[in-house]
Design a protein around this ligand. Structure first.
Ligand code: 13P
Length: 247
């Protein structure tokens, strides 16, 4: 059976002091029988949050990494650095990074390969803009992002990857995709994964939905056949995250 995953993406929120308080508040509420919970937090919060969640099943996640092991890349953080402090997962290619930090499918691909080399689970994001949806090219856009982002991976490597489908128009807008829209694209993602890596692999890979997931809509979204959980922004910073995890 595919893993159910609920990952909180804290984005650029919470100082280390605030992060400790948030993780302490959420920690006792995160127990679930059948889902993996991940806190993806800003770099400076990783170590303090790791202390708080020690001894729980909550996994520590980063929000980005560099694709080289080390070197003259001022301000960047590498996979071995993340590995060394106990990070298990890393968000790669979020639309905010693509938009504001010039990430491309090519850099996303390099980062996915680097994460896998260090046994970090990549949560690779894809998603269409509003104009792409209006132009009827959503599926084409997503297929290209998946093919380019996962270029060069073996089926065994692909099984370690989590895909997050996040329609850009639904991020932080309160405008959630309908369950049908989300299911349609997540299914299309599984189809392209099957073409690339074989059906067996595609069936094993977890595909998350992200974009205004809330306590009110999570259960409905997560019921859909090809949606294996969520990547949650705003609602992961609140008590509401418990309801989403339970869903
Ligand atoms: P919101 O849940 O705030 O819409 O953010 C979604 C997201 O970008 C998660 O990565």
């Amino acid at each position: 059976m595919r893993k159910k995953i609920v990952a909180g993406n804290w984005k650029m929120n919470k100082t280390p002091t605030e992060a400790i308080a948030l993780a302490e508040m959420l920690k006792p509420k995160m127990s679930t029988d059948n889902a993996t919970v991940v806190f993806c937090v800003p770099y400076v919060d990783l170590v303090p949050v790791s202390e708080v969640i020690k001894g729980t099943d909550i996994l520590l996640g980063a929000e980005n990494l560099h694709f080289e092991d080390k070197g003259a890349y001022t301000g960047e953080i590498s996979a071995p650095m993340l590995k060394d402090i106990g990070v298990k997962c890393v968000v790669i290619g979020h639309s905010e990074r693509r938009e504001y930090f010039a990430e491309t499918d090519e850099t996303v691909n390099k980062k996915v390969l680097k994460a896998l080399e260090y046994e970090l689970t990549p949560i690779m994001c894809c998603g269409e803009s509003l104009s792409e949806r209006e132009d009827g090219i959503t599926i084409e856009k997503i297929r290209i992002q998946i093919k380019k982002g996962l270029k060069g991976l073996s089926s065994e490597q692909a099984k370690q990857v989590v895909i997050a489908y996040e329609p850009i128009w639904a991020i932080g807008t309160g405008k959630v995709a309908t369950t049908e829209q989300a299911q349609e694209v997540c299914h299309a993602i599984r189809v392209v994964l099957g073409e690339l890596f074989g059906d067996e692999t595609a069936q094993e890979m977890s595909i998350l939905y992200g974009g205004s997931v809330s306590a009110g809509n999570a259960a409905e979204l997560f019921k859909m056949e090809d949606i294996d959980g969520g990547l949650v922004g705003g609602a992961s910073l609140k008590e509401d995250f418990e309801v989403i995890v339970k869903a």
